[in-house]
Design a protein around this ligand. Structure first.
Ligand code: ADP
Ligand code: MG
Length: 275
């Protein structure tokens, strides 16, 4: 049977309740999440930026098979922050990698803005990732030998090619600098990653993810390697970017407290989406 993410099973978080001006049904503990028994209004299909239908993924190692996802349906609504919660090993990264076309599912289909993306040819897939998608990871994945500013510019260089990049380099640099200032790193433009703190590296990675002006940001445990306070600052920054730019964010995490600040929360258990 399909693990449809039924809206009746979706937790309504304090942030979403605030946005929808829903009454506080649990005033004794307003910080806690709320389970609404009834359905929230159905979202028109065109409002799904990202949709996965019936995905399955099995890793194969020699004769061994590791089933990770099965019958997995997922939707990300435009302009919302969706958290995918699950314990270590539950398949969160696998799902995010499939959504970001870093890997392909064994079964099922994935759609971005109504267009299928899981079966794109390599060039189209690379272009999709470069133009429509921003990704951030637990360990930042910055290039160690180049500066913060150059790391942020790298996706533009790849997207445009060196010649076109060079012609517009002043504008690109200004944009990268503006983004770095927005994420609070305007004073670290020429630092290399090893000269930055964990929180600063994640800020640089966020700026790099946004340089191509994506509609969608996929975040894999973005606070997983940070202390609690720094993690809170990063989450706050992501929520601000969501509100300022209408950026759709899908964030996987095992941290229950993060989920309360998101619009929508779904859970993965043993590779299956559960209520
Ligand atoms: P999570 O991100 O929730 O911690 P993952 O998606 O990384 O979980 O992994 C889910 C399961 O798949 C784990 O049991 C992991 O060991 C296994 N796995 C992940 N990547 C591979 C791989 N490339 N080959 C074989 N097994 C893998
Ligand atoms: Mg993971």
């Amino acid at each position: 049977m399909s693990n449809l993410i039924d809206s009746s099973a979706t937790r309504i978080t304090p942030r979403r309740r605030e946005a929808a001006a829903l009454p506080d049904m649990d005033s004794s503990n307003s910080a806690s999440t709320l389970v609404i028994a009834g359905r929230i209004p159905t979202v028109a299909p065109q409002d799904y930026v990202l949709e996965a239908r019936q995905i399955a993924k099995v890793y194969r190692k020699g004769r061994h098979e590791v089933p990770v996802l099965s019958d997995c349906d997922f939707q990300a609504q435009r302009g919302q922050v969706t958290a995918i919660l699950g314990q270590s090993g539950s398949g969160k990264s696998t799902l995010l990698h499939l959504l970001g076309t870093l890997d392909t599912p064994d079964e099922g289909e994935i759609y971005f803005e109504g267009k299928r993306i899981d079966n794109l040819a390599r060039r189209k897939r690379d272009r999709f990732r470069n133009c429509q998608l921003g990704m951030i990871f637990q360990f930042y994945h910055l290039l160690p030998e180049i500066t913060t500013l150059q790391n942020v510019l790298m996706p533009i260089m790849i997207q445009q090619g060196l010649f076109s990049y060079w012609r517009h380099r002043v504008a690109h640099r200004m944009r990268a600098q503006e983004l770095l200032e927005r994420v609070g790193l305007g004073h670290r433009l020429t630092h290399r990653p090893r000269e930055l703190s964990g929180g600063e590296m994640q800020r640089a990675a966020i700026a790099r993810a946004l340089i191509g002006q994506p509609q969608l940001l996929l975040a894999d445990e973005p606070t997983g390697n940070l202390d609690r306070e720094t993690g809170q600052h990063i989450l706050k920054l992501l929520l601000e970017l969501n509100r300022e730019r209408g950026l759709t964010i899908v964030l996987v995490t095992h941290d229950e407290s993060i989920a309360d600040d998101c619009d929508r929360v779904i859970r993965l258990e043993d590779g299956r989406i559960v209520a």
